[in-house]
Design a protein. Structure first.
Length: 405
């Protein structure tokens, strides 16, 4: 198959970012006008450019509920519940979750009232937990230690960043001694500058475990977003470790009809006739066919960088991708009705938080608590649940096969 680069002109230019020297008065006026426009939209005084969309993508199709595997999990740094949901769908029994951000705890409680959720600075601070009560009752510990110390979106201060919580994740593993653990983080952790940190402060601190590091892209598992993350999976016994297989792609993601990514045209010959293709964003969200579609750029978290943002835009390159598919990544709205009522620049489609959750792999029924920026923070910080699901399945198989020997 031969693909040609799209000839569609981007609405975004390759020019450098403009610098605006605005007075305080001009800034306040601009903010007032934006709020006025939003108010008029909420009152239904603006003409709708796009009708309310009905998505075609259902993440539940990527992670059908499995029967109980009789394995228990403990979740640390749970966030919006991406790993928790993936492990839940894979048949694990959830024994508890610890998350210091209160609004994340509300999300988890609302979606799974029967789970034991410890959240907030008093109950969710893992630095204050001794863990002795969990010894012998947990098969798998999973979690996402804060990624900001290693993300290219931050200062990459690593171990010197006060948000680095790897030592606490490791402390829990070494005290509880589960059969296995799963930790997820940003790809920046594999940067050569952190090679010493990974070896000295992670691998060497877990001498009782056989550990494998690997990278997964959410798009390879049917999630319509380019999201590359690193996973650490460890097993206490060599037998279990030998049975673990890194999850293999379930979908073709490197190309979409009429689309090339990162200025590289790729072909899929080995799996082209055997695996389904990951949906593009427009198809996934149920938007009209404009003859061009693409995977979403990595959604940014509103918990990083500028606070209270309602944008999922993470780079200039990402802005061009959103522009090419006619979607506005800024000013995300609380629901689809509000998004439809608030016309975006260039008459592009405006996203709702439900749309963003879908693009991250969360099913419609998983509802997030909080204001828009808090919801986007939870979504952008989460593991894509279908990816967590595949890792959880692989861990369960390794544990069950290793036990049979």
């Amino acid at each position: 198959m031969i693909l040609t680069m799209s000839t569609k002109n981007s609405v975004y230019k390759n020019a450098s970012r403009k610098e605006y020297n605005l007075t305080t008065e001009q800034t306040l006026i601009g903010r007032y006008l934006r709020n006025l426009l939003k108010k008029r939209a909420e009152q239904g005084l603006l003409s709708r450019v796009h009708s309310i969309n009905t998505p075609q993508f259902d993440p539940n199709d990527l992670m059908p509920q499995l029967k109980s595997n009789n394995l228990t999990t403990l979740s640390l740094f749970s966030g919006g519940g991406g790993l928790d949901l993936g492990f839940d769908k894979a048949g694990y029994t959830h024994q508890g979750a610890y998350e210091i951000i209160p609004i994340c705890g509300e999300t988890l409680k609302n979606n799974r009232p029967n789970w034991r959720i410890h959240s907030g600075s008093e109950k969710g601070d893992v630095t204050q937990i001794k863990w002795q009560d969990e010894i012998g009752s947990i098969d798998v510990i999973h979690g996402c230690p804060p990624c900001q110390p290693f993300s290219i979106a931050g200062q990459q201060e690593g171990e010197n960043d006060e948000r680095n919580m790897w030592s606490e994740f490791i402390r829990a593993v070494n005290i509880i001694k589960p059969k296995s653990f799963v930790a997820e983080n940003v790809l920046g952790l594999l940067n050569p500058k952190f090679r010493g940190f990974v070896q000295e402060h992670i691998l060497d601190k877990l001498p009782d475990y056989h550990i494998l590091l690997f990278e997964l892209n959410a798009a390879d598992f049917g999630v319509p977003q380019i999201r590359r993350r690193v996973f650490f999976v460890g097993f206490r016994t060599l037998a279990n470790f030998k049975h673990f297989k890194i999850p293999q792609p379930t979908h073709i993601s490197s190309e979409l009809e009429g689309t090339c990514f990162d200025n590289i045209c790729r072909t899929n010959d080995l799996f082209e006739n055997t695996l389904p293709k990951t949906m593009g964003v427009r198809k996934a969200l149920g938007l009209p066919d404009i003859g061009y579609d693409s995977l979403a750029p990595t959604l940014r978290s509103a918990f990083t960088g500028k606070r209270n943002t309602t944008s999922v835009l993470n780079s200039t390159a990402g802005q061009k991708v959103w522009g090419n598919i006619g979607i506005w990544p800024n000013g995300v709205q609380a629901n689809r009705d509000k998004a439809s009522a608030f016309p975006a620049k260039y008459d592009h489609f405006r996203l709702s938080v439900q749309d963003c959750a879908l693009l991250q792999g969360f099913p419609e029924e998983w509802c997030f608590a909080g204001a828009v920026y808090q919801v986007l923070g939870q979504i952008g910080n989460s593991v894509a649940p279908p990816v967590g699901y595949q890792v959880a399945k692989a861990v369960a198989i390794a544990l069950l096969l290793g036990t049979e020997q």
